[in-house]
Design a protein around this ligand. Sequence first.
Ligand code: TXA
Ligand code: MG
Length: 346
Amino acid sequence: METMIQKMVTEDREIAKRAAEIWRSGGLVAFPTETVYGLGGNGLDPRASEKIYAAKARPSDNPLILHIADDDQLDELTTGVTEWMRAVMEAFWPGPLTMIVPKSERVPYETTGGLETVAVRMPSHPIARQLLREVKLPIAAPSANRSGRPSPTSASHVIEDMNGRIDMIIDGGDVGIGLESTIVDLTGARPMLLRPGFITPEMLQEVLGPIETDLAVFKQVSAEVKPKAPGMKYRHYAPKAEMKIVEGDREAVASYINQKLAMQQDKKIGILTTTENQMLYEGGIRISVGTRASLLDIAHNLFRVLREFDAIGVDAIFSESFPAEGEGLAVMNRLLKAAGHQVIRV
Ligand code: TXA
Ligand code: MG
């Protein structure tokens, strides 16, 4: 399949119409959102969902998020709009917040991975908004990476993973946030955080009152810890090389990693470091993920840096650790997954 690659830096009706046409005829279009690039198809068309799974090589029990442009569109996707849903829409939409709600009959099981619930979000990226307004359909869009690779934060990442597999890639430049949306499940007795993101638990609590956090946000998946978001059980966001997180104060971390470097001089060792610390390492392939003064900066760069280590072909990666608070919660959640929960405390 020939993939059309189309630059779209500002809103452009002609391009939006072309994308909408592809979606209406059952095809796939990747597009930028404020979090990561999405791989979109008509969320009401079971065959489009099947194509998404095939293009990503993703297991089909892993449900998709529906993207909408208007509050009204939620009505037909769920069985009834509740107070919690209204509060979340008011506070966070359009924006990087996905809610899990009971699904209506219109939503096919192919889209929800067989579940009775559906994930819905209204992105704020101007290009995503224009496309969604034009097509007037809920667009199912997982992150536009091949299954198991870090989510794409620029069109070049999407081209790497999807060229030749989908109809169109819209190149809207680098995304803003760089980590996927926060997911909150509104179907239980209490709201539950399933995936941390730019919208923090504190921000959710202000709007929804007390919330719970799915154990799988921080613990490794096991017989006891089964994530509520099926996608969180897969080895996600992973670089090709084995990664270990080294936790402790900065000198201790650096001296541990330097020792390892000295012992493995024949190997290409990647070090995921920060502006403040990169000078502490004696060798290795150091890539700074940003400044510790801004966890948002680190969130923005994390997936790109993991892809850079892949491109270099390092044999192993050591990563610094970050405080798991506020936006750092999302950073550490993704980092722990990428590292398969291997943490060395020094
Ligand atoms: O920021 C984002 O959310 C991006 C952009 C493209 O919007 N999309 C994204 O989609 O991250 P994806 O498919 O990569 O991740 C969706 C996650 C998966 O972990 C999936 O299991 C979970 O949402 N999910 C979807 N529907 C669900 C449901 N009904 N119940 C529980 N978890 C659900
Ligand atoms: Mg994904």
